[in-house]
Write a protein that binds this ligand. Structure first.
Ligand code: TXA
Ligand code: MG
Length: 323
């Protein structure tokens, strides 16, 4: 395994590894992804193996542009509108997979749908262009761990099994993409499968399309939502939510200017109370507090407004009983 600063030479090397069936950790604006050629089943299998995934969850396919995405999935007008509004960027669309897409069945876990996005990170974009391949990429962590937002996080989790890590520093968004699913019936609104930095309000304001929550959808129209396990982004420590006062020796995940006294390690997600800053810091803070070995992490309340919904979603999963 090699970690290289993501300059031109490193990107060219990464493209070559991907073309030859290897796997590369690449930065995206959300989190680092573990990328493989989405048309090469053996390469995709290596991704699952590296992550130690208990089952084959379907992966997101990353492409350079909408035109390429249209060769893999069937876009209706609403999906095209969303793509035009938010790509490149942290929005994943789940759409009917084209029959002649050429994608490995492992990428879509045998489903008739495929999840696609055009990432906004300049290094991911250059890599996609240089490799000229659709890249299947889950978050580059071992299964069950929190998502990596730095190259060091990737190395901690996957050093043995990845051919190359492209290091472009911390990911600016820090939380995984918003996932929206369209079902076969074009007249149904898209369903929010995973909240992210692009919120339902952002979507409605930009496109006049109002996504519905998965809980609001009748069974007839529910898209399959594999991988939405309640315990997922788990630190080793117990995580307590909405805590005003930490217990003695407990680690504290703080938010905002008013931090209660505490005798354990403290990381403030955003002293200014800025939710975007908090999202960008969330996963590295969880990793760091977890490695302090306190056994328990207390998280202060995070407002549910804007990207706060996605932060609370990840905290709830991290706090859920481990399977
Ligand atoms: O920000 C992100 O989305 C990052 C970066 C690397 O792009 N990727 C990421 O991938 O978070 P992953 O594999 O950790 O999460 C993909 C999510 C899972 O919840 C999976 O179940 C869902 O997308 N998904 C993928 N394909 C799907 C499909 N055909 N139908 C429903 N859900 C799907
Ligand atoms: Mg993941």
């Amino acid at each position: 395994m090699e970690i290289l600063t993501a300059n031109q030479a490193a990107i060219a090397k990464a493209a070559e590894i991907l073309t030859d069936g290897g796997i590369v950790a690449m930065p995206t604006e959300t989190v680092y992804g573990l990328a493989a050629n989405a048309k090469d089943g053996t390469a995709v299998a290596r991704v699952f193996e590296a992550k130690g995934r208990p089952q084959f969850n379907p992966l997101i396919v990353h492409v350079a542009d909408l035109a390429t995405a249209e060769t893999l999935a069937e876009f209706n007008d609403a999906a095209r509108k969303l793509a035009n509004a938010f790509w490149p960027g942290p929005l994943t669309l789940v759409l009917p997979r084209r029959e002649n897409s050429g994608l490995s069945d492992l990428v879509t876990a045998g489903l008739t749908s495929v999840a696609i996005r055009v990432p906004g990170h300049p290094i991911a974009r250059e890599l996609l262009e240089k490799a000229g391949l659709p890249l299947a990429a889950p978050s580059a962590n071992r299964s069950g761990h929190v998502s990596p937002t730095t190259a060091e996080h990737v190395a901690e989790d996957l050093s043995e099994s990845v051919d190359l890590i492209l290091d472009a520093g911390p990911c600016p968004v820090g939380i995984e993409s918003t996932v929206l699913a369209f079902c076969e019936d074009e007249n149904q609104p898209p369903v929010l499968l995973r909240p992210g930095s692009i919120t339902p309000d952002n979507i409605e304001i930009a496109t006049a399309i109002a996504p519905v929550a998965i809980g609001q959808v009748s069974n007839d129209h529910a898209p399959s939502a594999p991988g939405q396990l309640s315990s997922h982004y788990a630190p080793k420590a117990r995580l307590r939510l909405n805590v005003d006062r930490p217990e003695p020796g407990e680690a504290l995940l703080a938010f905002g200017p008013d931090v209660p006294p505490s005798s354990g390690p403290v990381i403030n997600l955003s002293e200014a109370g800025d939710l975007r800053e908090a999202a960008a810091n969330l996963f590295s803070a969880l990793r760091e507090l977890d490695s302090a070995g306190c056994g328990s992490i207390a998280a202060m309340p995070i407002p549910w407004t804007g990207i706060g919904g996605a932060i609370n979603d990840r905290l709830l999963r991290a706090a859920a009983p481990k399977r």
